[in-house]
Write a protein that binds this ligand. Structure first.
Ligand code: DOR
Length: 399
């Protein structure tokens, strides 16, 4: 074996060989003990906006942002134009992926036609073109529709990936209906709007035996529901995102950068989410990378659209807040970002990234490769800089 000085963590023997060869032959300046090599991350929840909204993000810029963040695989959500609710529509997206993506990009197909919740999409045909089924951006409101979706997904051996949000409980809210909301005269989104749908869906999983994954878990009640479902042996998994683990509503600012759906919730919720991640209830960290234009995001908490970017900050934020502080090991973080998402969705490991874990810097959105720049982490000091991301023997990002 060639001589290697970089610390290689969590790569299989074959991927390790490839990393060593690339670092020895092409990027020998990165083959030093100050660099750490990690397996390529997998984000099960991103919005790349193409086709339909390429002024916010394209498959090219989104995938470049992923590569910059150490991701080699992402799954794109279906709130696009056209919605990938038919083979014809998803093929339009796949064509752009084939020509423009620099990392692996797997699209979700929508659960219902136009994500409108009224009619099941053509799931039989869509199964072979999609990683799983999701109406993310919208919850499937009726029990009847969700039950039919689960039965169909089960027959097709696919996972239902659920955005849980009961629309009749929203009342025009746009941030968590906690202290900050009340004190500052905003309209709130209650926790029940999320967990009531998680509860309903878990009952439907019991009935149908479907495989089920909960998107962007933000409330303590949802964590407990998923914990109990797992104890009962149901085929249920859950993701949360770095912003729900690090921020709470006591930190909110009057700025669209702090607005996403579900909203940043209370400290109690945040602590319950951390516990859920540590005990394995939430086995996946996703970003919900949701870029919008600067103009759109400049309209404050009330007027901006929901969504922040996350691909280029997820690892450094998690590393700084949880690994550096001793809350979790680097190995555990790799499970959350790379191993568990791939295992859950049946994918093999893909590529690697090279980091200087001790490099400290300020998060500066002007350095993002994403077209979206809105993040509540702007200006935050973090550790962990990505120097290279590679797939096979090709660099897809190089600092
Ligand atoms: O914050 C969010 N942004 N939440 C969603 O559910 C949708 C997403 C988007 O598409 O912008």
């Amino acid at each position: 074996m060639q001589k290697v000085k970089a610390n290689i963590i969590g790569l299989s023997e074959s991927e390790k060989e490839r990393a060593i060869s690339l670092l020895t032959n092409s990027f020998s300046n990165l083959n030093d003990s100050e660099y750490t090599v990690l397996p390529g991350f997998c984000d099960v929840h991103v919005h790349f906006r193409e086709p339909g909204f390429s002024y916010k993000e394209t498959i090219k810029t989104g995938s470049l942002a992923g590569a910059h963040g150490g991701y080699t695989t992402v799954f794109t959500m279906p709130n696009l134009k056209p919605v990938p609710d038919s083979v014809e529509n998803i093929k339009k997206q796949l064509k752009i992926i084939e020509s423009d993506a620099v990392i692996e990009v797997y699209p979700y197909a929508s659960i219902t036609v136009g994500q409108l919740g009224k009619e099941l999409a053509g799931l039989d045909g869509l199964a072979k073109y999609s990683i799983a089924f999701s109406d993310d951006g919208k919850g499937v409101q009726t029990d009847e529709m969700m039950k039919r979706a689960m039965l169909k997904a089960k027959a097709l051996n696919k996972i239902i990936v659920a955005h849980c949000e009961v629309e009749s409980l929203l009342f025009g809210g746009y941030i968590h209906d906690g202290e900050y909301c009340k004190t500052n005269g905003h309209k709130g989104i209650c926790s029940a709007s999320e967990y009531e749908m998680v509860k309903r869906d878990i009952e439907l999983v019991k009935e149908t035996g479907s495989a089920y994954h909960v998107c962007h878990v933000s409330t303590k009640e949802s964590v407990e529901l998923i914990r109990q479902a797992k104890k009962q042996g149901l085929n249920v998994s859950g993701e949360t995102a770095p912003h729900y683990l690090v921020l709470d509503d006591s930190m909110l600012k009057e700025d669209g950068k702090w607005k996403m759906n579900p909203p940043i919730r209370s400290k109690e919720d945040r602590l319950a989410l951390i516990e859920g991640v540590l005990d394995g209830t939430l086995e996946i960290i996703a970003t919900d990378h949701a870029p919008h234009s600067n103009d759109e995001k400049s309209k404050g908490l009330k007027g901006s659209p929901f969504g922040i970017v996350g691909l280029e900050t997820a690892f450094p934020i998690m590393y700084t807040h949880f690994v550096k502080t001793g809350v979790m090991s680097l190995e555990k973080l790799i499970e959350l970002l790379a191993v568990n998402p791939r295992k859950r969705f049946g994918l093999k490991e893909k590529g690697f990234s090279v980091w200087k874990l001790n490099e400290e810097y300020e998060i500066d959105p002007s350095e993002f490769l994403s077209q979206g720049k809105a993040t509540p982490f702007e200006g935050e000091k973090v550790f962990g800089k990505c120097y290279l991301t590679a797939i096979g023997d090709k660099a897809v990002y190089k600092k």
